[in-house]
Design a protein around this ligand. Structure first.
Ligand SMILES: [Zn+2]
Length: 137
């Protein structure tokens, strides 16, 4: 099931060492070696999935339990004021490694390290209705 050329599969199988902070049957969590702030953690399923569209629900639920556990753990143990939980899908959204993963990124009020600057413009009623027609189930 795992991909021979995938960096995160190699980390999951311990072929490549990492700084593991948590592990169970389904999930591995390790420190990002390019942290945005100290404690930046990556949580992966041990099985290979490219993105959120591929991952099965069981592995996703097991992963999210660990994200919740580690969010509180990192918040309590490190002297931080907040954190972002980030999950990118596909290159356009900044996904660099094609093995589904979630980041926990510690933050301070004035850290200036990771800014989500999103230019937003209020949509018109007709724009919202047009996309609603496409997307509603
Ligand atoms: Zn993989």
């Amino acid at each position: 099931m795992n991909d021979n050329y995938c960096l995160f599969c190699k980390i999951a199988s311990k072929e490549i060492p990492s700084k593991i902070i948590y592990e169970n049957e389904y999930v591995l969590a390790f420190l990002d070696i390019f942290p945005i702030l100290e404690g930046h953690t990556i949580i992966i399923p041990k099985n290979h999935y490219n993105n959120i569209e591929d991952i099965n629900e069981k592995d996703l639920m097991e992963l999210l339990k660990v994200v919740k556990l580690l969010a509180g753990h990192i918040h309590k143990k490190l002297d931080i004021e907040g954190y972002n939980i980030l999950q990118n899908n596909f290159k356009a959204a900044g996904q660099e490694i094609n093995h589904f993963h979630i980041h926990i990124i510690p933050r301070m009020n004035d850290d200036e390290r990771f800014k989500l600057k999103i230019p937003r413009q209020k949509a018109t009623e007709s724009e919202l209705n047009r996309v609603l027609k496409i997307l509603e189930f």
